[in-house]
Design a protein around this ligand. Sequence first.
Ligand code: SAJ
Length: 428
Amino acid sequence: MNFEKICVLGLGYIGLPTASTFATHGLKVVGVDVNPKVVQGLQNGQLHIYEPGLRTLVQAALRSGNLVVQDQPEEADAFIISVPTPFLTDKRADLSFVRAATQAIVPHLRKGNLVILESTSPPRTTMDVVAPILEQSGLKAGEDFHLAYSPERVLPGQILREIVENARVIGGVDPTSAEAGRDLYQIFVLGDIILTTATTAEMVKLMENTYRDVNIAVANEFSRLADRFGVDVWEAIDIANLHPRVNILRPGPGVGGHCISVDPWFFVEAAPDITTLIRASRNVNDAQPDFVVEILKRMAGGDLAHRRIAVLGLAYKPDVDDLRESPAVEVAQLLLKAGAEVLAYEPYKLDFQQGDLRVLPSLEEAVARAEMLVLLVGHKLLKEISPEKISGLTPARIALDTVNGWTASDWEQAGFKLYKLGVGEIEP
Ligand code: SAJ
């Protein structure tokens, strides 16, 4: 199949890089977003999200004239749906954005078109939710138009490279739809393109993130065991990982972001009777912020009320500006709830505010009155803090490192008692 013009619905972390990459590869691309601020910003070359290299790519796409941004889709050869699928408070997938975007395509759908869903979705969404909406046009999926599911698997922070280089799975509602999807993505994808069914592709996406979540959960549970038995979990993991068939991930303050902490719930929702392990793993990871607060409470002598704690890092993982579902934010909120005074610093989001939680303008201000320091995110620039320099800026002399980002001996030399998550202090 040949493509000259496509419509990308949803210009977030996935849709915007996808739309821009197609545009810089010569396709006419209509980027669509329902948020007027996003549309106006992009029309003026301003981005609402941060991802290394993205600004340059978007500006090149706009300058070439191949990318236009507007609030409505229009006729095209292919439509890509890349809108969010958040979850509701009861952990069920919220498909309202997927439904609305699909509905918006209906008036513009023509015979021979290709529609691709990229949003992470519960199994069977393409077949049972998207196809029936599109068929309101009077056209039949797999007969009159092609329909496929192709999940994005790029890692935030490395999106622009991975979008091109990663292997891509394309699941069609029929084999011809998958082939049409391959014809589209091979315009810029250098990785392998694997064709399968739509529901297999949906499962693959959820399985990858669930696998990672379960593996982080076991690492987090090991950190609690190490804490109890007087062992250094980081040392124990390094030794265990020398085994040729073992690769334990890293414990930390919890699992955040918009993918790994969300996607496993889609399986649990779809099949609650057969997802015991997946649910348990989610619960272990979700409880990890409580474990961090419990350690801080021990360090504070049993009570956190009125203790001044410098919270370093609020992002969901190192070197990104994304605070969605961040366990570090959860730790900060739990500390506030326990009556502590939280002095937060997040170098990538200085304007962040959530209830009483507010980011201070500098590291110096966060530590100036602190009694304790806690490192919650392994941002490069937080890991590189000099303990000697910090000791002159803060009255605090105890610190907790939840990500194994600091070297204990350096901090001890600078006069700190450094505790680490997953390092039991019980003497052997
Ligand atoms: N984390 C740990 N320990 C680890 C690794 C990660 O606690 O050993 C935590 C991180 O700090 C973070 C969370 O897990 O809070 C998730 O981070 P991540 O780097 O593992 O993954 P994401 O959410 O940024 O991106 C994932 C990736 N999926 C997989 O690696 C299987 C990415 O490839 C997907 O495209 C993305 O989800 C997505 O969009 O689904």
